[in-house]
Design a protein around this ligand. Structure first.
Ligand SMILES: NC(=O)c1ccc[n+]([C@@H]2O[C@H](COP(=O)([O-])OP(=O)(O)OC[C@H]3O[C@@H](n4cnc5c(N)ncnc54)[C@H](OP(=O)(O)O)[C@@H]3O)[C@@H](O)[C@H]2O)c1
Length: 265
């Protein structure tokens, strides 16, 4: 029997990209899905795709910047399904602006969505997982959660912050059957660069050329699903760009020479 059959999975950022692809792949494996994002229409479209595999899928739209909505939505998900086996905390926005040009409100917005919103969702389900004696929280970070990168100062900072928070949580939960997985994508072909904020706090509106060559989202979802089944601590997913994590760790001189030459990606 498939590992995911009848597992309750709550996915944030399920209205597009990696989150939507994970929902569809997991639906095909019999998971029961709670789908969140802001865009109700897109969520409905993903729900229909999931239901085509006869999976149970419900939508729970909310904005992760609205802390007051998070406890309410978590309550609704828990009342509807009874529990959450796996939370995939995936909602996020990116950035395309130099640190020197970026006003503080843009840094704050990226931190609100990528960091504060994320940890608030985890806090809303953790007590239930602890009472139940089992839980799995997966967080979509980025290879820029391992190192800084041009035009990503706030984005990279938000992903580093997630690593700090969840590494600490993992240590605190070590004996309580709560599992933490970092999903660490390189470049996946999604709308992330289109929605990335510029120095005016506006979406840049176009896909980066590098992103176009990224791994397709459905392929990334299949890799992630395999890693989650094994409760891996980290799932690196992408093409050759994920080697940057190892180059940064083991050959920092080479890493900094490469990154200095990159003005945009
Ligand atoms: N694609 C890549 O190359 C790549 C690389 C590294 C890391 N990642 C990470 O992967 C995750 C998923 O991104 P993606 O690539 O799939 O991009 P995407 O297609 O743009 O998806 C982003 C998702 O986040 C949701 N979201 C954004 N702001 C939100 C808010 N304020 N409240 C609630 N939901 C919000 C969006 O839903 P709504 O618009 O409906 O709200 C959407 O479902 C992100 O955390 C991103 O940082 C992606």
């Amino acid at each position: 029997m498939d590992y995911y059959r009848d597992r309750v999975v709550w996915i944030t950022g399920a209205s597009s990209g990696i989150g939507a692809a994970l929902a569809v792949e997991m639906a095909g494996r019999g998971a029961r899905l709670a789908l969140s994002g802001r865009n109700r229409r897109e969520l409905e479209a993903v729900r229909h795709q999931c239901q085509a595999s006869n999976a149970q899928a419900e939508i729970f739209p909310f904005d992760v910047q609205q802390a007051s909505q998070i406890t309410d939505v978590a309550g609704k998900v828990l009342r509807h399904f009874g529990h959450v086996d796996l939370l995939i905390n995936n909602a996020g926005i990116s950035q395309r602006s130099r640190a020197v040009d970026t006003p503080l409100q843009v840094d704050r917005k990226i931190m609100e969505v990528n960091y504060f919103g994320n940890i608030a969702v985890a806090r809303a389900v953790l007590p239930h997982m602890l009472r139940r004696g089992y839980g799995h929280i997966a967080i979509t970070t980025s290879i820029t959660g391992h190192f800084g990168f041009p035009l990503r100062s706030a984005y990279s900072a938000s992903k580093h912050a997630l690593c700090g928070f969840y590494e600490s949580l993992r240590a605190e939960m070590a004996d309580q059957n709560i599992h933490i997985t970092f999903i660490t994508p390189g470049r996946i072909r999604t709308s992330i660069s289109r929605h990335a904020l510029n120095e005016e706090g506006k979406e840049q509106g176009v896909m980066d050329p590098g992103q176009e060559k990224g791994m397709p989202a459905d392929q990334s979802a299949r890799i992630i699903i395999k890693g989650l089944r094994r409760h891996k601590r980290e799932i690196l997913v992408g093409r050759k760009e994920i080697l940057m994590v190892f180059i940064h760790r083991f050959f920092p001189g080479i890493f900094y020479r490469i990154v200095r030459k990159i003005s945009h990606i």
